[in-house]
Design a protein around this ligand. Structure first.
Ligand SMILES: Cc1cc2nc3c(=O)[nH]c(=O)nc-3n(C[C@H](O)[C@H](O)[C@H](O)COP(=O)(O)O)c2cc1C
Length: 159
């Protein structure tokens, strides 16, 4: 990270991949998510929760609350790592679509919650934070989205 009097350079992480079928629990919890496999052998992206953007195949960009981790509330530390994006104000089918997910503002670490209710409260809060962030003028990305990204491998870019 680098900053000058006139500009602040921040880093964003981008992951492009096909949406895969999850456990469908997200729907039950009231927070459907688009699951994208993460080929991140070196753990370049740590586990966490971010506010960011999701670019759909048709070129539209939607704000999202994004989770990277092993869902420790349900799977302890044995779960496989995945990226899950909850698109704000979106209801529709994303299976098999290629999404480009931008992790921009880090919100918090992953946690093992005591109950689904406690996880739901945290998700409510994450979504409120992502929503507030997405309308800040500084949330817009300055990075070109047309570049080719390798499937499912996180790429770090200056924004
Ligand atoms: C914004 C966001 C934050 C999340 N944070 C956590 C977390 O801190 N701990 C956790 O165990 N799971 C977390 N999750 C993952 C949920 O456990 C997961 O979405 C839910 O179990 C549904 O999984 P499924 O889509 O595979 O059914 C988060 C998901 C989202 C979208």
């Amino acid at each position: 990270m680098e900053s000058t009097a006139s500009s602040v350079v921040t880093e964003v992480i981008v992951v492009r991949g096909v949406v895969e079928t999850g456990d469908q629990r997200g729907r039950t919890l009231g927070f459907p998510t688009a699951n994208v496999a993460l080929r991140d052998q070196d753990d370049e992206v740590g586990d966490g929760v971010w506010a960011g953007w999701v670019d759909r195949a048709d070129g539209t960009r939607l704000p999202a609350a994004v989770s990277v981790g092993r869902r420790p509330t349900y799977y302890g530390s044995d779960g496989h790592r995945l990226l899950e994006a909850h698109l704000l104000d979106f209801a529709g089918n994303l299976y098999d679509e290629v999404l480009t997910v931008w992790l921009v503002r880090h919100l918090r670490e992953q946690r093992a919650f005591d109950s689904s209710e406690a996880l739901i409260r945290a998700l409510d809060n994450d979504i409120a934070e992502a929503r507030a962030w997405s309308v800040e003028p500084t949330s817009a990305l300055s990075v070109e989205t047309t570049s080719e990204f390798p499937p499912n491998i996180p790429v770090r870019l200056a924004s």
